[in-house]
Every structure is written in C-alpha cells, then in structure tokens.
Design a protein around this ligand. Structure first.
Ligand code: MTE
Ligand code: CO
Length: 423
C-alpha cells in the first residue's frame, strides 16, 4: 500500500494532514486530531486496489462480514431444547426503529414449521354464517394495509424480577422486534364469513406442532388485528410464521399466532394452556392476574450498555435507546446519567407511530466519572414507566411476565457498563 502512495506528490500528503487537523477543530473532543499521519487515510487500501465482487454474486444480499457479530443470541441456561426456546434481538447494535428481518428474536414452542404456501389453508369456523377455507391466492384478493408494530413477548425482562441478572440489553430486553407488516384487516375476513351475533371471541390456532391457541376478544379483532404475510416488504421469514401470521398490535407476543391455520369464533374465552398455566401473573396474595393483554410502556438504553461500553474515554457520548407502549405513542422519554438525581428530556428521532418502537437520543459530555444510566418512557395515555420497586410493591415477586420496570446500567471510570439495580 505504501508503495502505491510513494508515487503521489508530497504536497498532496501535506494537504491530507492539514485536512485531518482542521477536522479536529470542528469536532472538538473527538479523536480526529490523531488522524494526521494515519495510513488508513494516507494509503490506498486493499479495496481500492482490486475490482470488487460483481452484481450477481449475492442475489440475496447479506450484511458485511465485519458485522458478523450482530446476531441473535440465546442464553444457554434458558435453552433446554432449541425447538421450545427463545433467542434475542441484538438491540444494542441497532439504530432507528425497524428491526431487520434476519435479526428478529424467535420464540417457538415446537420449532420452525416449514409450511408450503401451495398447501397453505386458513379456515374460519365456529359461530359464523359461512365457514370458509382460504388459499394464499384467495387471501391475495383482499384489500391490504401497511403498519409498523412492535411485538414484545410477555416474558421479555422476565428474568429480572428478583434482581439484576443478565448482562446486556439484548438479553434483558431483546424479546422484541419492530417491523412493518403488510396484511389484511382481520375484520374483512370475519365479515366475509359473517360472524353470528353470539360470536364474541376468537381462537386463532397455529399450524406448527405446538398447535398454539389463544382467546382474543372480538372488539380487538375488529379494531386493528391483521392477517399478515409480509414483513419489511418481503415474505414473512419461516421463523416469524411464513406464510401467514396474526398481528395483534400492542398486545403480548404470545397472541400473535404464527403459521396461522384456523380461526374459530366462539361465545366465550377457551382458557387454554397459554392463558391459564402460562401468561398469567401470580400475585403475592396467591391470586393470578387474568388476561394481561396490553404491553405497558417501557424503554431501555441500548448504548452505552453492557455489550456497548464507552471505549473512547471522556468526551462526547451519544446515548441512545428505544421506547414503546401497547396503548399508543411515546411523546416523551426522560433520561438520567446520575441514577435519577437529575432527569433530562431525551430527543426522539424518527417516526412516532402508534404501538411502534420509538428511538431516542441524549448527547452528553462525559467527565470520566462513574455513571448510572436510566430511561423512563411516558406514553400518549399519560402513563409513566414505573421503577422496579414500584412494580414489585404492586405485583409482588412471583411474576415472570410484564416486567416494564426502569432499567439501570452502571458505567465505571473505564467505560465498562453493568446491569445493576439502585434503591
Ligand atoms: N405461534 C405459534 N404457532 N407457535 C409458537 O410457538 N410463539 C408465540 C407467538 N406465536 C408461537 C406463536 C410467542 S410466545 C411469541 S413471543 C411470538 O410468537 C414470537 O414471535 P417471533 O418468533 O416472531 O418473535
Ligand atoms: Co412469547
């Protein structure tokens, strides 16, 4: 590389050094001044010396090999068997609000069903005037809509009820993804079948070996549920329920039945396994909360965080994170860097959509002293994200599901971040 550079005139070299130095003045405390004499700017790099790959070498594009660390990960002790387990979205590596399809966390009760779209059928039965069976082609003839929604598993942050445990927002908060769905309003499909007056509940059922079912009230189905077949513009991924999944905006992920094969209309809830022994919250007094469908407002700082330490020393830090609510939008996120002594309003950037993730930023000048980072979401109903203590005082400590308490990261003088709780 330096061989090639030798052919250039020294004046050019001086110009580049000068440019790097003046850059330093513009960006203040960053490392830009060190770029003077940097071979990465002064020398011709390998990628400029040879022709690159041609257009047909990656008919379906994949990320740069330098991004190979950005991936879904599981927690080994939570994964007794991969076909009935979870992995987590790498929230700490993402920005903006959309989760790329290949990074959406997965939760399967019986592995990924491989459904052939030509043999795919969706059946509507029960309290309807006309029981119907649709093929993919039939579904493609209904009007469709596009909406961005988050899907959060009710068990997200569930390992943190008793105290700080998993070291990284991928593991504490990564059972969430935020995707643009293309789908048919469920209302239109139900109208086609004609719901009888007594029909007040739905039982969607999955085509996978778990045959997962949940009871959904008719009002929700008629309001904003979608029978979705595209995510972020392309076909659903097999892991996300290809070819068709139910989208239940703002409600717990378990209800978003994947590989949707049947919807039964009934006059009352079924109380199947996933809404009795699971997805109910045992309170301190021995009673369990029933039907906790809506996901409460929640937020987390994704950087700095345990997997995203501050590596550049004191100076400007871009703090960022995500916030969401199952009841609407997020008009405001507060952040603190001193464990709640002082709160600041973060800057929300990007679309503020109903029941979608929001992206926030807070830029500050780090003095190199230890930090206690927290974020607190406010949603459009006026609800404010509680502290973990507030949550435990109401809900006790038996719960797994619906933990939306404020998360704390402690950052030490080296910039290393750790999951902690403060009281
Ligand atoms: N649907 C079927 N048919 N089978 C399943 O195992 N898991 C549920 C739900 N729908 C599941 C399912 C759970 S618990 C969650 S949190 C979401 O799907 C996860 O969706 P994802 O894999 O797209 O992240
Ligand atoms: Co779940």
């Amino acid at each position: 590389m330096s061989e090639i550079f030798k052919g250039m005139k020294p004046s050019r070299r001086n110009f580049l050094k000068g440019a790097a130095a003046s850059g330093a003045a513009l960006v203040g405390g960053t490392n830009a001044a060190k770029a003077a004499g940097d071979p990465a700017i002064l020398e011709k790099q390998p990628w400029a010396q040879f022709l690159g790959a041609g257009v047909d070498e990656a008919p379906y594009g994949v990320p740069s090999k330098f991004e190979a660390h950005v991936r879904r990960q599981n927690v080994p002790w939570l994964t007794a068997d991969p076909v009935s387990s979870i992995n987590f979205t790498p929230l700490h590596e993402l920005d903006g609000i959309i989760t790329p399809n290949g990074l959406c966390f997965e939760r399967h009760h019986a592995g990924v069903a491989e459904v052939d779209p030509s043999a795919y059928r969706l059946m509507i039965n029960g309290l309807v005037d006309r029981p119907l069976v649709f093929t993919m082609q039939d579904l493609m003839r209904f009007p469709r809509e596009n909406h961005v929604y988050f899907l959060e598993c009710a068990a997200n942050t569930g390992m943190e009820w008793a105290g700080a445990q998993l070291n990284g927002c991928q593991f504490t908060h990564g059972m969430i993804h935020n995707v643009m769905y293309t789908g048919i309003p469920l209302r239109l499909i139900l109208q086609e079948a004609g719901v009888k007056t007594a029909g007040k509940w739905l039982l969607p059922e999955g085509a996978d070996a778990s045959g997962m079912t949940r009871s959904i009230p008719m009002e929700k189905a008629m309001d904003d549920c979608l029978v979705a077949f595209k995510m972020n513009g392309e076909a659903l991924r097999p892991e996300q329920g290809y070819p068709v999944r139910l989208v239940v905006p703002g409600w717990e992920g378990n209800m978003w039945v994947k590989w949707l094969r049947r919807i039964e209309v009934g006059d009352q809830p079924w109380h199947h396994r996933e809404e009795t022994s699971k997805y109910t919250d045992l309170l301190a007094n021995g009673q369990a909360r029933r039907f906790t469908w809506e996901m409460d407002a929640k937020s987390v700082i994704t950087s700095p965080s345990p997997q995203m330490p501050i590596t550049h020393g004191p100076g400007p830090v871009v703090m960022t994170g995500v916030a969401w609510s199952g009841r609407g939008t997020i008009p405001r996120v507060d952040v603190t860097i001193d464990g709640g002594m002082n709160w600041h309003e973060a800057r929300i950037s990007g679309p503020s959509l109903n029941k979608s993730m929001h992206r926030f930023y807070y830029e500050f000048d780090w003095d190199g002293k230890p930090l206690l980072l927290q974020s607190r979401a406010h949603d459009s109903t006026g609800y404010v994200q509680p502290t973990k203590e507030q949550l435990r005082s109401v809900r006790g400590e038996n719960s797994i599901y619906h933990n939306n308490g404020i998360q704390t990261w402690a950052v030490d003088a080296e910039g290393v971040a750790e999951n902690v709780e403060i009281s």
